[in-house]
Design a protein around this ligand. Structure first.
Ligand SMILES: C[S@@+](CC[C@H](N)C(=O)[O-])C[C@H]1O[C@@H](n2cnc3c(N)ncnc32)[C@H](O)[C@@H]1O
Length: 223
């Protein structure tokens, strides 16, 4: 999979995507990730990427010209161009699974008050929000999406079953069941007997029931 990111803050991406599973996926060639500075497509003396909104109002908007130039340079026939915006459709695990099937993603990260509307109308195939709150720019949303999508690429996790049996996956009724590791008793707290029984059918039943109870209690909207 190839992911290009268009941003005003390339330096923000150093670190989070150079660790752990994303780092391994990049090294193994499962993910080709390129970060591009939107300012490289601004050609005036000051490399201007923003301007005041028509009609007045607070803040600045990203101008269309640099974004059109960058997207036209980077997009291919198989590219899904995604704007990051609080007005987008909510990003969740189902959307992550959908994106993991796409050959090429181009994530367009905003800043200031966001984008000139013509970017949305003409360039975007999709628009995603990572939650009902407003961040200063789209770098963190881009990294959240890259992380969630990368771990779903076949071979990215040590064991592909991990992604099948976790919260929000089709194999799970909502949230994941409680899990324990050794020691079997810690400060008087005991691991449930059933998990130590070796009876796989019983364990599966217990886990399904615990997942259902936890989901009902914490996230009934998922049931
Ligand atoms: C300060 S925000 C703009 C908010 C915009 N004026 C509004 O009211 O929706 C600047 C940029 O950060 C990114 N952003 C902020 N919050 C986001 C979220 N919840 N999901 C996705 N992107 C977000 C977007 O790229 C956005 O263009």
């Amino acid at each position: 999979m190839k992911i290009d990111v268009l941003t005003l803050f390339p330096a923000m991406f150093a670190g989070p995507l150079d660790e752990s599973i994303v780092k391994r996926a990049r090294k193994a060639g499962l993910l080709d990730l390129q970060i591009h500075n939107l300012r490289d497509c601004a050609h005036d003396r000051h490399k201007t990427v923003d301007d005041r909104p028509f009609g007045g109002g607070p803040g600045m908007l990203l101008k269309p010209e640099p974004i059109f130039e960058a997207v036209e340079k980077l997009a291919r026939d198989n590219t899904r161009v995604i704007l990051l915006s609080p007005s987008g459709r909510p990003f969740n695990q189902a959307v992550a699974r959908e994106l993991a099937q796409v050959e090429h993603l181009l994530l367009v990260s905003g800043h200031y008050e966001g984008f000139d509307e013509r970017v949305r109308e003409q360039l975007a195939d999709d628009e995603l929000s990572i939650g009902d709150y407003v961040l200063t720019n789209g770098a963190l949303p881009a990294m959240v999406i890259i992380d969630a999508v990368t771990r779903l690429l076949p071979g990215a996790l040590g064991d592909d079953d991990s992604a099948r049996e976790e919260s929000f996956s089709p194999g799970m009724a909502g949230l994941e069941y409680p899990q324990y590791t050794r020691p079997a008793e810690f400060r008087g707290m005991k691991v449930p007997e059933v998990l130590q029984s070796g009876n796989h059918a019983e364990i599966a039943r217990w886990r399904a029931e615990q997942a259902r109870l936890r989901t009902k209690e914490r996230r009934p909207d998922l049931l």
